[in-house]
Design a protein around this ligand. Sequence first.
Ligand code: FES
Length: 155
Amino acid sequence: MLNESNKQKLEELRKRYPTSQALVLPVLWMVQEQEGYISEDAMKYVAAILNVSYGHILGVVTFYTMFHSKPLGSHHIEVCTNVSCMLRGCDKIVEHLENKLGITFGETSKDKKWTLSEAECLGSCGTAPMLAIADEYYESLTPQKVDEILERLRP
Ligand code: FES
């Protein structure tokens, strides 16, 4: 599952971490960076190479929103719905995105171009409402700005 480069990284990390369990997060990152998401088979693989239970790995992957257990679309849109964004109208942004893309939170469009996710505070409260796509922030959103973003990203 891990490519040769990541296997070497893992062996280096093993020297620096006190237990195999402490390697769960970095190894899951490696898998996700390599494969784009963490499949059930990948979770079993990580459990086996780190000698921890599959249940533990599943718990970690499903707890942290930065890990994805399903393939994502080409553009992963993460919309903050936390307090500042909620008070500044993120509901209208979410509704607009859902109508434009035909998907809701947790879904990927049939053409695999878009995935829509709900995000906790992304630290940009002063420019709420906001969303992130591939670590780029789009702030002080309006439905019109959302249309411009989607148009720019459309292949
Ligand atoms: S509440 Fe949305 S960025 Fe902080």
